[in-house]
Design a protein around this ligand. Structure first.
Ligand SMILES: Cc1cc2nc3c(=O)[nH]c(=O)nc-3n(C[C@H](O)[C@H](O)[C@H](O)COP(=O)(O)OP(=O)(O)OC[C@H]3O[C@@H](n4cnc5c(N)ncnc54)[C@H](O)[C@@H]3O)c2cc1C
Length: 434
């Protein structure tokens, strides 16, 4: 996550406190605090919706799309905490005038919005619920957000709806609802600014590389970025993210390598064939080849090799002075994606070292394997990682202990939906209770 984005979010959330503070002389402070929490929740939810709309320029401010989704999640969690507190801390202020029927309705609608949002956010954070059901349920989040806005519009407040404070809150409400409508009604239905066709498929053990040729305008991308792909087949029309594993080229050709992991990717790797039309949305992400002369260590686990393929395939253009050791963790010695291409590159380039680690035979790749080769350079090295989250966390903590600067551990997340450790918290609580 980029610092300017975080600072911006904090400022955006704190601005209303200035107006509420000014009201503190006239109204009870506790009720005003509760109203501020309600306002902060609406602003945070509005921001979360705006971030999810993948607007141009947002990656520049907030970091790659994977980081934006993390921010989206934490904004939602923050909003839920604020809403919960707003619900339990009495926000009512006596003497604001007679209550109307609409105000009573707004009160009840607020409760519905609160419980609806709590349930949907809980479903998001419990990552064991399959993605397809989660995505279906997540579509309704904007409906409950709109109910929350209705509650805000018609509930009794110690300020006028046209006051600067109210207009500020309303700006985020309207922008949030418009972003939600754009994503639900327009984004998925637009034919896609870039249309491609499948020109070649290369089968590997458990994965398929797909080559795409542009039919109209090609997307612009940098090595290491990903895009969303939707194939024009009834079972394959869902939009899924895949890293572009080829180097950017003048012809606009794209390459992706898809590992059959779940329902969609299994169907895709089975049904994909030449000439199939494809819609491409992107490119996104900021996982870039570090432009440094220091020792670089790349760790690609399984299909996490794809961004590194984009990097090596664009080596000459991107980074002439590289010094790289790539660790590629694979599960077998079979027809594993890219191994031959990487071996040929390592044979011809003294600055590019390759270690293929067969976890099936050698056990899991660990920080000890990396430190055996690179302990002396840990203080100056750059480590780029793409693979399972658990392995990333373990590598980061052990390499940092061995002297790596935490800011020099770069990690690409292949997971858009992540938990906040609810399972770990539950396990910890259970242990304490027992
Ligand atoms: C930035 C990024 C880059 C990726 N690059 C590659 C790549 O180069 N090659 C590759 O094989 N895979 C890549 N993936 C992973 C790939 O997107 C998922 O494996 C795929 O979407 C899983 O769908 P499924 O229905 O087969 O699996 P499921 O079993 O349904 O899901 C497996 C996992 O994928 C996630 N997922 C499912 N559907 C979607 C969706 N529509 N959008 C986003 N996430 C989803 C789920 O959260 C789940 O954790 C990448 C993911 C991200 C976020």
């Amino acid at each position: 996550m980029r610092l300017p984005g975080l600072v911006l979010i904090v400022i955006v959330l704190l601005v209303p406190s200035f107006w509420f503070f000014k009201l503190a002389g006239q109204y009870p402070a506790v009720a005003l605090f509760s109203q501020y929490l309600g306002a902060a929740a609406l602003i945070a939810m509005g921001m979360a919706q705006i971030l999810a709309a993948r607007l141009p320029g947002s990656e520049m401010v907030f970091g790659g799309l994977d980081r934006i989704y993390l921010l989206h999640k934490w904004l939602a969690v923050f909003a839920m905490v604020c809403l919960g507190l707003h619900d339990v801390i009495d926000a009512e202020i006596d003497g604001l005038g007679r209550e109307t029927l609409l105000m009573d309705i707004a009160e009840d609608v607020g409760e519905i919005a609160l419980y609806g949002l709590l349930i949907l956010v809980f479903v998001t954070l419990t990552t064991f619920i399959p993605y397809i059901y989660w995505r279906w349920s997540h579509q309704f989040i904007g409906v409950f957000f709109a109910l929350g806005v209705f509650h805000y519009l018609f509930i009794q407040k110690p300020f006028h709806i046209a006051d600067p404070l109210s207009l500020y809150i309303l700006f985020f409400c309207v922008a949030g609802i418009l972003s939600y409508l754009y994503m639900v009604l327009i984004y998925r239905r637009i034919p896609g600014p870039a249309r491609y066709r499948v020109s070649e498929t290369i089968a590997y053990e458990g994965a398929t590389e797909i080559v795409l040729t542009p039919l109209n305008k090609a997307i612009r991308h940098r090595a290491g970025q990903f895009a969303f792909f939707g194939f024009d087949q009834p079972e394959l029309a869902e939009i899924h993210p895949f890293t572009i594993s080829g180097a950017p080229s003048d012809s606009g050709e794209l390459r992706i390598c898809v590992k059959a992991l779940g329902r969609y990717t299994r169907a895709l790797t089975k049904q994909i064939k030449p000439e199939m039309p494809v819609r491409v949305f992107g490119a996104f992400g900021r996982f870039r080849l570090p432009q440094v002369k220091d020792q670089q260590i790349w760790i690609g686990a399984g299909i996490g090799i794809t961004p590194f393929m984009a990097w090596v395939r664009s080596f000459d253009a991107a980074h002439p002075g590289h010094r790289v050791h790539l660790y590629y963790s694979v599960r077998s010695d079979g027809n594993v994606p890219f191994v031959n291409e990487l071996r040929a590159l390592a044979d011809g380039d003294p600055n590019f070292q390759l270690t293929v680690h067969n976890s099936g035979r050698q056990g899991r790749l660990t920080a000890t394997d990396i430190l055996r080769d690179h302990e002396p350079h840990m203080a100056t090295a750059y480590v780029s990682f793409c693979g399972p989250e658990a392995l990333a966390n373990q590598m980061r903590s052990e390499l940092v202990k061995a002297g790596l600067k935490p800011s020099r551990f770069l990690n690409e997340e292949f997971e858009i939906r992540s938990s906040i450790g609810l399972l770990k918290i539950a396990q910890w609580l259970l242990k304490r209770i027992r």
